[in-house]
Design a protein around this ligand. Sequence first.
Ligand code: XMP
Ligand code: MG
Length: 182
Amino acid sequence: MSVLDDDIEATVVSTEEIQSKITELAARIDADYADREPLLVGVLKGAVMFMSDLARELSRPSTMEFMACSSYGSNTTSSGVVRILKDLDRDVTGLDILIVEDIIDSGLTLSWLLKNLQARNPASVEVVALLRKPDAIKVQVPVKYVGFDIPNEFVVGYGLDYAERYRDLPYIGRLRPSVYGG
Ligand code: XMP
Ligand code: MG
C-alpha cells in the first residue's frame, strides 16, 4: 500500500495480472528464441519495470540495451516526430533485437523506432509491449507480443508516469482527474 494509491481512481491491470502475463509472454519468447539470444532494447523510462521483470522471467539468456526518445508534441499525445535522447551503446548488426515497450498508443513512436533500428541491419527486430490502446492507433505496427489491450484512457504505474510520478506503483491504474486538475 502506497500513499500514491489515493490518487488512483481504478485499477486497470493488477500486479497479479501483470506477473502472470509476463510469465506467459516469457514462455512464448523462450520458445521463439530457442536458438538465438535476444538483445532486449528497452525504451526509457516507461519500459524499465517491464523489462526487468521480463528479463528475469526468460529462462534463456538475453542482453540489454536502452534507448530514450522524445516525441515532439504535447505531453499526452505523440506527434510522430521523434528525437533520440539516448542511443544504443553498441552496434546491432546481425543481432536479434526485441524492442521492449511499455505502451503503444498512436503507434507513431514505435513505427519510427522500428524503421530506425531496421536501418542498422540487425538479424531481426520484433516488439513486445505490455499495453496497447487499440482505439488510439494511428499507424499500424507489427507487434509480435502484446500483454494487454486497454481502453483509450491515460494510465500510470509500473513504469508509466504522470509528470514523472507514479512509475513506482506495482500495478497499472487510472488517475483521478483531480490530480491533473480535472
Ligand atoms: P505513441 O502515441 O507514439 O506513444 O504510441 C507511446 C508513448 O507515449 C506515452 N504514453 C503514455 N504514458 N500513460 C503514460 O504514462 C499513458 O496512458 C500513455 N499513453 C502513451 C508512453 O511514453 C509511450 O511509450
Ligand atoms: Mg511519459
